[in-house]
Write a protein that binds this ligand. Structure first.
Ligand SMILES: [Zn+2]
Length: 265
């Protein structure tokens, strides 16, 4: 049951987990031990929580080193969010410990295709540059990612992309602890957008809020984040995560967001 829920969380589309077969030629290779600051083999406790050892895969050592630094920044950002919203107890349970960095969007797309993580008959959107899949995060290298996506304006936004993927790991950890499912796509992505401090824009309009909750804002991460924030302004994040499991979640969320169910048009 958990694995069903996990696979449901893995993205806006269905991701079929199939054995990868031959590694794609463009897939990053391990380049030796690029880790966080510790030489220990076990995660160590710090004042920020658990600092885990990441296994980084990249095409060269310099890229791997930069990625190791960035994932650390992402962990710090997510930990700060978790502390602020009473989720810090779940941070050590985030499973991800492998980071694969692809030199280009093209290489990343090739990985998605070759590992059967994207339906072969569907185009991969330009904006998909990272993926959380079980204990690994896959991401396009920073300069290629920034070039590829106009919404990302610099390093802090790239940290946000990695924080977003880590946030999916946090959501899974909460779900596992409470034996709950993860809610609709907009909710899962909206949580990860808020946790990553991405697309922090104006409040969402009533019309757009309803649009998102009706599942119509396809892959509009900006709106997903804004809708989640509107709920988080009213209720603790953990309560939202737990409530998303219930069948009447949408109606409940509309009311929490300030819209009655009766005024639906
Ligand atoms: Zn996501």
């Amino acid at each position: 049951m958990i694995s069903d829920r996990l696979s449901a969380l893995l993205g806006a589309v269905l991701i079929f987990v199939v054995s990868c077969g031959e590694a794609a030629e463009l897939e990053p290779k391990p380049v030796g031990s690029v880790t966080h600051s510790s030489d220990d083999l076990k995660p160590k406790e710090t004042e920020r929580g658990i600092e885990k050892i990441w296994s980084i895969k990249a095409t060269d050592k310099e890229t791997a080193g930069a990625a190791a630094q960035t994932i650390k920044e992402a962990e710090q950002r997510l930990s700060a969010f978790a502390r602020q919203h009473g989720l810090e107890a779940f941070v050590p349970d985030i499973e991800a410990q492998e980071l694969a960095v692809y030199p280009s969007k093209k290489a990343f797309d090739t990985f998605l295709r070759d590992s059967n993580r994207w339906p072969s008959d569907q185009q991969i959107p330009e904006t998909i540059i990272a993926l959380y899949a079980y204990s690994a995060i896959h991401v396009v290298e920073e300069s290629a990612a920034l070039e590829n996506d106009d919404r990302l304006t610099g390093h802090q936004d790239y940290v946000g992309v990695l924080t977003h993927e880590l946030a999916h790991g946090l959501h899974i950890a909460v779900g596992r602890a409470h034996q709950i499912s993860y809610g609709p796509v907009w909710f899962r992505e909206g949580f990860a957008i808020m946790a990553a401090s991405l697309f922090e824009n104006d409040p969402i309009s009533d019309v757009d809020f309803r649009f998102v909750l009706n599942g119509k804002a396809e892959r509009d991460y900006d709106l997903y984040g804004a809708a989640f924030r509107r709920l988080a302004d009213q209720r603790p994040v953990l309560e939202l995560l737990l409530k998303a499991d219930s069948p009447e979640f949408k109606e409940w969320a509309l009311v929490v967001g300030g819209l009655g169910v009766s005024d639906e048009q």
